[in-house]
Design a protein around this ligand. Structure first.
Ligand code: SIN
Length: 290
């Protein structure tokens, strides 16, 4: 039986309100409905929640994930044996391949229904580097002029996994060995179209929903126009004022909202082992609601 209650929950928001540390919970225990509701409200508000000192087993990580929704589908990375929904993001101390996730993206935005959230727990943290950068795609949108907001809100963008996971993509051409098992192929070359601006189903806030990793272009624009507009949006959303460098400590659990954030795994820890376990929470088809 859970002894947790919403009265023990403490949310310590970062000064911008983007990202918050959460204390007063034991994530290995099930959460009663009122606590889950409060946590979900905090998640919709702050987009990145982190919980230090939560030494979850893999089974407990799975159970924690299922309190937010069904598992998402992770297509191109071999999961842990006997745990089909858990990925191990592992980089050995002597590994030379670029660290996994080292470019701005929103997880699996090339799917028809991309995961709403991703959950990561740090099992081994390097003594230097290894931050995860998060960009606030709501604020980056809201700070645009109304004219630009309105124009972007009518656009759709094409997403695909082809650049990293396609037959001629980054991973297929990699020469350095990697401990993570990545599957590349024709399946990654499918495309899906999503609105350039999506509305969050809980908060109602609107967010830019494009990334340099998975967005190939904007429908209805010429290639040059599309490249320019996307370059402008990528540069905007990754400006320092919208980015938060998340520092890990061992056994920290972090959940982020793929609907309103981009993330980028920082390197800088060559010579040190880094091990994370990761799950995703299924999401809905992205929509724009005025
Ligand atoms: C990712 O999920 O993209 C990787 C994040 C990280 O390892 O910091």
């Amino acid at each position: 039986m859970s002894t947790q209650s919403s009265s023990s929950l403490q949310i310590h928001a970062r000064p911008t309100g983007f990202g918050a540390r959460v204390s007063g919970l034991d994530l290995s225990q099930p959460m009663p409905a009122d606590l889950r509701a409060e946590l979900n409200a905090a998640f919709a508000k702050h987009a990145v929640l982190y919980f230090p000192d939560q030494p979850l087993t893999i089974e407990q990580l799975e159970a924690f994930t299922l309190q937010f929704g069904e598992f998402g589908v992770d297509p191109f990375i071999k999961p842990l044996e006997n745990h089909p929904h858990v990925l191990e993001l592992r980089r050995e101390a002597d590994e030379k391949a670029v660290n996994f996730g080292a470019a701005w993206h929103s997880d699996w935005s090339f799917q028809q229904e991309p995961p709403a959230a991703t959950i990561l727990i740090s099992k081994v943290t390097p003594p230097v580097g290894g931050d995860t950068l998060f960009a606030d795609c709501c604020q980056a949108f809201e700070d645009l002029s109304l004219t630009m907001q309105q124009w972007l809100s009518g656009l759709k963008a094409v997403h695909s996994a082809v650049r990293p996971y396609g037959r001629s993509g980054v991973f297929a051409n990699e020469t350095e060995s990697r401990s993570m098992k990545i599957v590349t192929g024709v399946e990654a070359e499918k495309t899906f179209t999503h609105p350039v601006v999506r509305t969050h189903p809980v908060s109602g806030r609107q967010a830019l929903y494009v990334s340099p990793t998975y967005t190939l272009g904007i429908e209805g624009l010429s290639e040059a126009e599309s490249e320019h507009i996307l370059a402008f949006l990528f540069a905007r959303v990754t400006q320092e004022k919208y980015v938060y460098a998340h520092k890990w400590s061992q056994n920290m659990v972090t959940i982020w909202d793929n609907r309103t954030t981009l993330h980028n795994a920082g390197g800088g820890y060559d010579g040190h082992l880094r091990v994370m376990h990761r799950t995703t929470v299924a999401g809905e088809r992205p929509v724009y609601v005025a």
